[in-house]
Design a binder for this molecule. Structure first.
Ligand SMILES: CC(C)(COP(=O)(O)OP(=O)(O)OC[C@H]1O[C@@H](n2cnc3c(N)ncnc32)[C@H](O)[C@@H]1OP(=O)(O)O)[C@@H](O)C(=O)NCCC(=O)NCCS
Length: 166
């Protein structure tokens, strides 16, 4: 069942059957650099990541990260949706596509639809985003979405500083 549809994309809930795709996505160099190592080293780890992350969030929050697929052909291209982290007061938007699907406007198309779903279907008033301060593609996308830099989070390790947009 699609939660969100746009002109070119459908966003639907992830299930354990998407483990192979998620395994590839979370081990992309760009994911590891800008989002982090989720310790997903096997397809079984990926199943656990899906069940403990997005699937738990659908039940607890009524939203989560969704699988993003091309309507034309049905190929999965990435994930986009909302998260509720213990470390942030407000829900945040997240997105990641396989690199071969970058630069075609798919991420902004999915993220715009997620923002409007958050506002109209979920009634959320404030959405934030967190991004590594050197993630220029993500920051460009957040600007197009209308989110503005708000603050930097305290640096916790050797990684690039993390910025909060709202
Ligand atoms: C962040 C990420 C999703 C951005 O993807 P993206 O494809 O650059 O984002 P957009 O959808 O906004 O696409 C913009 C590009 O598409 C082009 N484009 C082509 N057709 C378009 C269309 N119909 N509409 C809008 N833009 C279009 C734009 O000109 C722009 O080109 P550019 O790459 O030369 O600047 C992607 O880089 C990614 O998955 N990164 C790894 C994971 C990550 O860092 N996630 C964020 C964590 S905070």
């Amino acid at each position: 069942v699609n939660v969100i549809e746009t002109e070119r994309l459908a966003l639907r809930q992830l299930t354990a059957d998407d483990a192979e795709f998620i395994f590839g996505l979370v081990n992309e160099p760009s994911w590891l650099e800008y989002i982090g190592d989720r310790g997903v080293h096997t397809i079984d780890d990926a199943r656990g990541y899906i069940l403990n992350g997005p699937v738990t969030s659908y039940a607890q929050n009524g939203f989560g990260l969704y699988l993003t697929v091309l309507k034309d052909g049905g190929a999965p291209i990435g994930i986009c949706g909302l998260l509720k982290r213990d470390t942030l007061e407000d829900p945040d938007i997240g997105f990641a596509l396989l690199p071969r699907y970058w630069s075609q406007g798919y991420a902004i198309e999915a993220a715009t639809a997620v923002m409007s779903h958050a506002r109209t279907a979920l009634g959320l008033k404030r959405i934030v985003a967190i991004t590594a301060a050197n993630n220029t593609r993500s920051i460009a996308l957040l600007g197009k979405l209308g989110l503005r830099f708000e603050r930097s989070l305290p640096v916790t390790d050797e990684k690039a500083p993390v910025s909060v947009y709202a």
